[in-house]
Design a binder for this molecule. Structure first.
Ligand SMILES: [Zn+2]
Length: 441
């Protein structure tokens, strides 16, 4: 990073970084089991974060790399300093707050999430995990709980537009991504520089296997399972893998009035049968796998022409990639038979894969133990949405904690998680961080 340039352009942000942390007396005998976050303070910081980019509809326009994003990072750097964390912007535009541990040479325990939103998004997706992580660091310090490991609280940049911030930790960000548009007006490279990062030197962020002792992220569920069943905490089993295909069926476009029904090569009719078959194959076996056809293009697309070509998408998600592959094999066999029976040609083009990221069984157990000890109901569940946590796969054992999303609404102004629900999640995060500190070496 060009430190001088950064200083000049972001003096406001830097000013807050240099507020020297007040040092609390270390007391290694403190029992962290009784330590709780300050619920009122956490609610207050959640409320203040709303002000960075709230729009007239009550939603959030704090898209990655916007002025609102930068201003919110300045506020967070200030909170980090107050919490005894030394804050800096890394080369990918992540805000990293770090406190050293008692034992030299241990890799850090990392917790964090993101504060960027989709346009007209909500005030909880990502934000709950960030504000709680800072509150956990602050509560531990105030209670005099010292960790053996360094603690890092990270606000990942651009989660919603490509997870460039977290992906930079494994070197997974390609150079060409810097020229891609972000969700705002800047390219991703321009955006990283705007936050004070250095898009030319993202490799400086790479952390190799073992470079992080453990990663834990608190997040809103973004689905309705916890809310529907009145359960406080989701113990996340992993982030599902995703595969996507385009499937094309070719028939023969012809006059809809003059071509008898028994002489048609209608590409849409077998597509309709295949759509029904996908539903059947996905739901015929137990499990939480999901399959979706979300796009359908019909050519030539005229009411009086028999469809000559149909292209549709297929997406399958599950925690187990073998299951994803097996379900696709069944679908492709059935689809091929249907296409042939209707005198059409079919082809499959896989264009996207995001491998599943299972969470660490030990960390899952610690999350569950922490929730149980706090008297909070909990269930195991997969994450159907992607998260920064999945970027840590391969460099750190990872875990995730879910709190309920009202009615499962997310990426919209109606997104909501109650203050007590957030406090519950933050307390589970605190206890899990302490337990990880003891378990992971
Ligand atoms: Zn998120």
């Amino acid at each position: 990073m060009d430190y001088e340039g950064y200083l000049m352009t972001h003096s406001l942000l830097l000013l807050s970084l240099f507020i020297s942390p007040l040092l609390f007396a270390a007391d290694s005998t403190v029992d962290a089991g009784d330590t709780r976050v300050d619920s009122d303070r956490l609610s207050a910081t959640m409320q203040h974060m709303r002000t960075f980019g709230e729009n007239a509809a009550g939603g959030s326009d704090r898209v990655a790399y916007s002025e609102h994003n930068l201003a919110a990072l300045g506020y967070l750097a200030h909170l980090m300093a107050e919490s005894g964390l030394v804050a800096k912007i890394d080369v990918a535009g992540n805000l990293v707050g770090r406190r050293e541990g008692r034992i030299d040479g241990l890799a850090p325990i990392v917790t964090g999430s993101h504060i960027d939103t989709v346009p007209n998004g909500g005030h909880y997706d990502g934000i709950v995990g960030v504000m709680s992580a800072v509150e956990v660091a602050r509560s531990l310090r105030e209670a005099g709980v010292e960790l053996d490991h360094p603690l890092e609280v990270i606000v990942w940049s651009n989660e919603e537009g490509g997870k460039n911030g977290s992906r930079s930790f494994t070197g997974a960000v390609a150079d060409r991504e810097m020229a891609l548009p972000s969700l705002g007006a800047k390219t991703i490279g321009e955006g990283i520089a705007f936050l004070g990062g250095d898009p030319q030197h993202l490799a400086a962020n790479i952390r190799h296997a073992g470079g992080i002792s453990g990663y834990i992220e608190l997040h809103v569920e973004q689905g309705a399972m916890l809310d529907r069943d009145g359960i406080a905490i989701g113990v996340v089993e992993g982030i599902v893998g995703i595969k996507r295909w385009y499937i094309t069926i070719e028939g023969f476009a012809n006059h809809a009035g003059t071509t008898p029904m028994d002489q048609r090569q209608d590409a849409l009719y077998p597509a309709a049968l295949i759509i029904a078959e996908v539903r059947k194959i996905i739901t015929d076996e137990p499990g939480r796998q999901v399959g979706t056809i979300g796009r359908l293009d019909v050519k030539p697309g005229a009411p009086n022409v028999i469809p000559g070509e149909v292209m549709f998408s297929l997406e399958i998600r599950d925690l187990d990639m073998n299951k994803v592959n097996r379900l696709f094999a069944m679908i492709s066999a059935a689809a091929t038979a249907i296409a042939e029976a209707n005198e059409t040609q079919i082809s499959f083009n896989q264009y996207y894969e995001s491998p599943a990221a299972p969470t660490d069984k030990r960390i899952m157990a610690l999350v569950k133990q922490s929730a149980d000890a706090l008297g909070l109901s909990n269930i195991q569940m997969p994450s159907g949405a992607g998260h920064d946590a999945q970027s840590m796969k391969g460099i750190a054992p990872l875990g995730m904690i879910f709190v309920p999303s009202r009615a499962g609404i997310s990426h919209a102004p109606g997104e909501f998680t109650g203050p007590q629900q957030i406090t519950n999640g933050a307390n589970v995060l605190l206890q899990t961080v302490v337990a990880m500190d003891r378990l992971l070496r």
